[in-house]
Design a protein around this ligand. Structure first.
Ligand SMILES: *[C@@H]1O[C@H](CO)[C@@H](O)[C@H](O)[C@H]1NC(C)=O
Ligand SMILES: *[C@@H]1O[C@H](CO)[C@@H](O)[C@H](O)[C@H]1NC(C)=O
Ligand SMILES: *[C@@H]1O[C@H](CO)[C@@H](O)[C@H](O)[C@H]1NC(C)=O
Ligand SMILES: *[C@@H]1O[C@H](CO)[C@@H](O)[C@H](O)[C@H]1NC(C)=O
Ligand SMILES: *[C@@H]1O[C@H](CO)[C@@H](O)[C@H](O)[C@H]1NC(C)=O
Length: 542
C-alpha cells in the first residue's frame, strides 16, 4: 500500500499554484510499510509527507535513499506548518531524499551528495560514528523495496526550521523551491539591494515576473539588455514590491496601490475572475507566505520600448556587439572601432595607416581605450600624402600607433588632471584637464569624448598625433603613395585572418547567424560580415 495514500488526505492543504508547476518528482515509497516506520521511530517524519497530497507528483521508478530524522529529533516540524508553509515543508522533505541510488555510507570514507531538493550533504566518518551534516547517523542501512532508509538523530538542515519567517526569507525560500520559471527574477534580486530595504516585521506583496517576461527584453545574439544596468534593475525590482499583504480573493473591481519605488499599481478583476496589475495578467493564484503574498505576472511592470530605448541611449557602453569576422577576428574592439571610424570621414588617414599595421596581436579581444587622431592631426605633420604603411613600416611608427591605445576602458570621468596611463607601447600618457574642458592627452586636445564601441571599449578623438614628431618620414621627399586610399580595406584584411580558422567558415557562420538573428527593435540593420552599419555613436550624439 502506498505510504502517500494510507495517510489521511487533508483537503485544506490545497496545493499552492506555482508558475513552474512541473510535477514534483518523488521516490517510490510504495514498498515502505507503516509498521517498519514506527519501529524505526521515524513515523513522524513520514507523516509530513501528506504535504504532497493533492500535489502534481511523478513517482520515480529509480532507486532511492531517504534520510529520515527520528521522532525525538531535537527540532520538530509542527503540523501547523504544513498549512502555513507548505512549500518550505516540501523543500525540507526533498532535502532528505536522494534519487538514483541506495547510498552506502559505511564505506569508511567521507562523501557528499546532492539531495532531490538540490542541497549538498556531507557525510563524515568519525570514530564515534557517521555524521551527516550536523546529524548523527543512528542506522545507516535499512533496505526496503526500491530503496534504502538511513535513520538520523536530527534534521540535515535544522536552520531551515528555525527560520525567522520574515517576508524576505520565506519568499527567497519559495522562489528557490520553484526554481524553473522565475530564475531571472531570483538572480536579479540576489544581485540587488532591494531585499535590504524590506523590514523584518513588515508584511509585503511581491509581483514576480516570469522568466518569459524578462526574456522578452533579451537580445537574442547581440544588442542591449536593459537589466544589465544595475540602477535600472534596482528600481524596476523595487516597483514590484508593495507594502502589506494583498490577496487576490479580496480584490474587487479596481484598486490602486503604491509600490515601494513610489509607482502606482492598479489591480483590476474581470467578471470571469482574471486579475491584472497595470493591465498585465496575473497568473496562477496567490502563494501566501507567513508575512505576505507572492503573485506572478507575465510582463515586467514599468518597462516598455520607450523606457528601454532611452536607457539604451544612456548606456551605449553596455551594448553587446555582433561578432565581426573582419578585419581582425580575434580583435573585436579593434575591428568594431575600425568599422566605425571607416564610416566617419574624419578618419581617412588614421584608417589607411591602421589598415597596414597588424595590430591584432597587440590589441586582441576587448577592454581598450583608443585615442584617435582626426585627419587634420596627420595633415599638421605633413603626412597627408604619406604612404599607407608609413607607421607600419618602422618600429618607431608602430610604437607611435600603439601609444594611442590603453589596455583599459576609460570613461570621461577618468580623464582627470594629472592622471597618467600606460599605453600599449609602454609609454606613459599624461593627462591635463582644465575645468570645463575635455582635457588633453600628451598635449593633444580631446575634441570628442567617450565614444563607446559597444561594451568593448571607448574612443576619444584627439586633434594631434601622440608622439607624432617621432614618425620617421620626410614630407619634403615623399615616396609615391603605394596604395589607393579609397580601396576597400577589408579585402586585404581578410587575408590577415589566421588561416587555421578558415575564412569561409567564418563568413558562413556570421552570414547564417545574421539570417536568424533578430535585431533589437530599434535597429533595422541586419548584421553581416561584409556589410555592417555600425551603431557606434557618441553617447552625447546630437
Ligand atoms: C513502485 O514500487 C512497487 C513495488 O514496491 C511497484 O509495484 C510499482 O510498479 C513501482 N512504481 C513505479 C512508478 O515504479
Ligand atoms: C532518541 O531515542 C533514542 C532511542 O530510540 C535514544 O537512544 C536517544 O538518546 C534519544 N535522543 C534524544 C535526544 O532524546
Ligand atoms: C548596493 O549597495 C552597495 C553598497 O551600499 C553599493 O555599492 C551598490 O552599488 C548597490 N547596488 C545597486 C544596484 O544599487
Ligand atoms: C610592454 O611591456 C610588456 C611587459 O614588460 C611587454 O610584454 C610588452 O611586449 C611591451 N610592449 C611593447 C610594445 O614593447
Ligand atoms: C568636448 O567633447 C564634446 C563631446 O564629445 C564635444 O562636443 C566638444 O566639441 C568638445 N570640446 C572641445 C573644445 O573640443
Amino acid at each position: 500500500m502506498s505510504l502517500l495514500t494510507i495517510l489521511p488526505i487533508a483537503s485544506s492543504l490545497a496545493p499552492t499554484a506555482s508558475p513552474a508547476s512541473s510535477p514534483i518528482l518523488l521516490p517510490n515509497t510504495t514498498g515502505i510499510d507503516g509498521e517498519l516506520l514506527s519501529k524505526l521511530g521515524v513515523d513522524r517524519f513520514f507523516s509530513l509527507w501528506i504535504v504532497f497530497n493533492n500535489e502534481d507528483v511523478i513517482t520515480s521508478d529509480k532507486q532511492f535513499t531517504i534520510l529520515a530524522p527520528k521522532n525525538n529529533a531535537s527540532i520538530q516540524v509542527p503540523m501547523e506548518r504544513l498549512k502555513s508553509h507548505p512549500e518550505s515543508v516540501k523543500k525540507l522533505l526533498l532535502d532528505h531524499v536522494v534519487l538514483g541510488q541506495r547510498l552506502d555510507l559505511g564505506i569508511g570514507a567521507d562523501l557528499s551528495f546532492t539531495t532531490l531538493g538540490g542541497r549538498t550533504v556531507q557525510v563524515k566518518s568519525k570514530p564515534s560514528g557517521l555524521i551527516a551534516n550536523g546529524a548523527n547517523v543512528a542506522t545507516d542501512k535499512v533496505d526496503v523495496d526500491n530503496g534504502r532508509l538511513i535513520v538520523l538523530d536530527n534534521y540535515l538542515f535544522p536552520e531551515d526550521l528555525t527560520a525567522d519567517h520574515s517576508f524576505v526569507q520565506d519568499m527567497t525560500q519559495i522562489l528557490g523551491f520553484l526554481q524553473g520559471g522565475v530564475r531571472v527574477f531570483q538572480h536579479l534580486l540576489a544581485r540587488s539591494n532591494v531585499t535590504k530595504l524590506l523590514k523584518k516585521d513588515e508584511d509585503y506583496t511581491v509581483l514576480v515576473p516570469t522568466d518569459r517576461a524578462f526574456q522578452r527584453w533579451h537580445p537574442i545574439d547581440w544588442g542591449f539588455y536593459p537589466f544589465s544596468v544595475p540602477e535600472f534593475t534596482e528600481m524596476v525590482l523595487l516597483n514590484h514590491f508593495i507594502k502589506g499583504a494583498i490577496k487576490q480573493e479580496t480584490l474587487v473591481g479596481s484598486s490602486t496601490v503604491t509600490s515601494l519605488g513610489g509607482r502606482q499599481i492598479t489591480f483590476a478583476k474581470t467578471n470571469d475572475g482574471q486579475i491584472t496589475a497595470n493591465g498585465v495578467e496575473v497568473v496562477k493564484g496567490d502563494t501566501p507566505v507567513h508575512k505576505g503574498n507572492i503573485m506572478f505576472v507575465t510582463e515586467v511592470l514599468f518597462v516598455d520600448e520607450g523606457v528601454v530605448s532611452q536607457l539604451h541611449e544612456e548606456h551605449r557602453d553596455k551594448e553587446t556587439p555582433p561578432l565581426l569576422a573582419f578585419p581582425w577576428f580575434g580583435s573585436q574592439f579593434l575591428s568594431h572601432a575600425f568599422v566605425a571610424l571607416e564610416a566617419d570621414n574624419r578618419f581617412k588617414h588614421l584608417t589607411r595607416f591602421l589598415n597596414q599595421a597588424d595590430l591584432a596581436y597587440y590589441v586582441s579581444g576587448a577592454g581598450y581605450t583608443f585615442f584617435v587622431p582626426i585627419d587634420s592631426a596627420f595633415q599638421q605633420l605633413g603626412l597627408e600624402h604619406a604612404p599607407d604603411n608609413v607607421l607600419a613600416s618602422s618600429e618607431k611608427g608602430m610604437s607611435v600607433l600603439l601609444s594611442h591605445f590603453v589596455k583599459t576602458r576609460l570613461y570621461d570621468k577618468d580623464i582627470k588632471d594629472g592622471a597618467t596611463f600606460t599605453s600599449l607601447s609602454n609609454r606613459t600618457l599624461h593627462i591635463t584637464r582644465k575645468p570645463g574642458t575635455n582635457g588633453t592627452v600628451e598635449g593633444a586636445d580631446i575634441v570628442e569624448k567617450e565614444v563607446f564601441v559597444y561594451n568593448l571599449g571607448t574612443m576619444f578623438f584627439v586633434n594631434r598625433v601622440i608622439f607624432g614628431d617621432e614618425i620617421p618620414y620626410d614630407p619634403n621627399s615623399p615616396t609615391p603613395t603605394t596604395t589607393d586610399p579609397s580601396r576597400e580595406p577589408t579585402t586585404s584584411m581578410a587575408e590577415d585572418i589566421d588561416v587555421t580558422t578558415g575564412t569561409d567558415i567564418l563568413l558562413d557562420d556570421v552570414a547564417s547567424t545574421a539570417t536568424t538573428v533578430q535585431p533589437p527593435a530599434e535597429t533595422t540593420t541586419q548584421p553581416s560580415a561584409t556589410e555592417f552599419t555600425p551603431s557606434v555613436v557618441s553617447s552625447k550624439k546630437k
